[in-house]
Design a protein around this ligand. Structure first.
Ligand SMILES: [Fe+2]
Length: 188
């Protein structure tokens, strides 16, 4: 279940209906998908895609998405820091950013044109669709692990376009949900 915070208003929403309604009000589609699948979170990508094929096909129709894949990002990912640095600054895309979380957690910050910045912490079972043109940035949570289904209208169009506004530096990239791990000194 996603956790929504509005840092500038010191508000946190944990209720599913409230989160869905608030996100819908700023143009972000949010859903929970039934987690009772017979597929393991670490199953091969083709098994994951097959297990969620009904939802994927439904979304393809709704959003004109043409392809889906599974992305794995974790501490063992080569070039992890460079990859994260591409997405942790305010940017937008020329197509929707669609993610269904299979495993792990992540933190989207959404910057609506008219209202306060919103932090959305997503976990397994959460689907989020960030429409093209929406200003946002993304961080991993402290455990630095996420596995997600992605859907694309055109994979070639999914590149970050930066605002260079610096808005992102005003918000802490800290997840507060179930797997929150406080920072600790490395040794001792
Ligand atoms: Fe993005």
């Amino acid at each position: 279940m996603a956790l929504l915070t509005i840092p500038d208003e010191n508000r946190t929403l944990r209720n599913r209906e409230a989160v869905t309604e608030y996100l819908g009000g700023i143009g972000i589609a949010y859903e929970r998908w039934d987690g009772s699948r017979s597929v393991a979170a670490q199953a091969p990508a083709d098994e994951i895609l097959a297990a969620y094929s009904d939802e994927i096909e439904r979304l393809k129709v709704v959003g004109s998405y043409v392809t889906a894949d599974v992305i794995d990002v974790n501490a063992r990912t080569p070039g992890l820091e460079a990859m994260l640095a591409r997405f942790n600054r305010e940017h937008w895309h020329d197509e929707d950013e669609v993610r269904f979380i299979i495993h792990g957690r992540g933190l989207f910050h959404i910057h609506p044109r008219e209202t306060a910045v919103v932090a959305v912490e997503v976990e397994a079972g959460d689907l989020i669709r960030v429409p093209r043109g929406t200003l946002h940035w993304f961080n991993l949570c402290q455990d630095r692990e996420i596995r997600a289904i992605r859907l694309f209208q055109d994979p070639a169009g999914w590149a970050p376009l930066y605002t260079e506004s610096g808005a992102d530096i005003n918000y802490q990239p800290v997840c507060l949900g179930a797997s929150y791990i406080p920072a600790q000194s490395a040794i001792g």
